[in-house]
Design a protein around this ligand. Structure first.
Ligand SMILES: N[C@H](CCC[C@H](N)C(=O)O)C(=O)O
Length: 273
């Protein structure tokens, strides 16, 4: 079975299309994830047959945990299918809900990741709380404290802190404490956003199950929604991650749309998988 090493704005993936394999694979996805652990990637994306959509899209973090959504991974998989001649509008079922992708005139794939989920139960949180600004914070090693992040689910849990200066923020030190805080029963992805203008955001994300990545698609979507709810940005913005720029918009029906760069790095031959 062929696997594709790809990245979306530097967010690194292995993509496997199992709809083509004759019969069920002899290996579970966990087996595949373990096999692929020798390849540096942030998430494994597996496309399986779906009764209700063009594919069922499943996501595993590099720590082996299966999760509900991956924005950049969905973009990468959709782009691959478009390049392979698929029709220009695709639908995916996933654990995080229904998603769709359309091929833009530029050839890029824009994904609709579904509605932003904003109730504390949907994030989820372990306590009832206003998700516009959580009653939650984290002490910084060099002194000071980050407080009042917004909380959003895009089919996976996110908190987003608005910060003044991203450069000196010790993200790899505070990220694990946030990820494993008991307020987040399913752990959490944490975003740190510097608002440069109402449509211009610089973002870094410490991802649940993957750590600090070069970009995070659902994190970019969560940042736009959380910062808009705090009155800091409009409903459309360019999100600059370390690995590239992600255009994001939150439409009037509450759905969040994400596009951006994709690179097919190489094919991997997973013999026998
Ligand atoms: N680490 C995330 C999954 C991947 C998200 C990210 N790579 C994206 O592009 O959305 C989680 O555990 O919910």
């Amino acid at each position: 079975m062929t696997a594709y090493a790809m990245n979306g704005a530097g967010n690194a993936f292995i993509v496997i299309d199992r709809r083509l394999a004759a019969g069920p694979s002899a290996y579970s996805e966990q087996d595949i994830a373990a096999m692929l652990a020798v390849h540096a990637f942030d998430q494994l994306i597996v496309l399986d047959p779906s009764d209700d959509a063009d594919a069922d899209l499943r996501v595993w973090n590099s720590d082996g945990g299966e999760v509900g959504a991956c924005g950049n991974g969905t973009r990468a998989a959709a782009w691959l299918l478009f390049e392979d001649g698929a029709k220009p509008h695709l639908r995916f079922t996933s654990a995080g809900g229904l998603m769709s992708a359309q091929r833009l005139a530029s050839g890029a794939a824009e994904v609709d990741l579904g509605p932003a989920r904003l109730d504390w139960r949907q994030i989820p949180l372990s306590l009832p709380m206003d998700t516009v600004r959580l009653d939650f914070g984290v002490n910084l090693p060099g002194g000071g404290r980050l407080e009042g992040p917004g909380a959003v689910s895009m089919g996976n849990p996110h908190v987003v802190f608005a910060v003044e200066d991203l450069v000196r923020l010790p993200i790899t030190e505070i990220g694990p404490d946030i990820e494993h805080d008991p307020l987040f029963p399913e752990r959490v992805n944490s975003g740190f956003a510097q608002v440069r203008d109402r449509d211009d955001i610089r973002l870094k994300v410490f991802e649940r199950g993957a750590g600090l990545t070069l970009a995070c698609g659902t994190g970019a979507c969560a940042a736009l929604v959380a910062l808009h709810r705090q009155g800091l940005v409009d409903r459309e913005a360019l999100i600059e991650a370390d690995g590239g720029k992600l255009p994001v918009r939150w439409d009037s029906e509450g759905h969040v749309h994400l596009s951006g760069p994709v690179v097919l790095e190489r094919e991997l031959d997973l013999r026998g998988v």
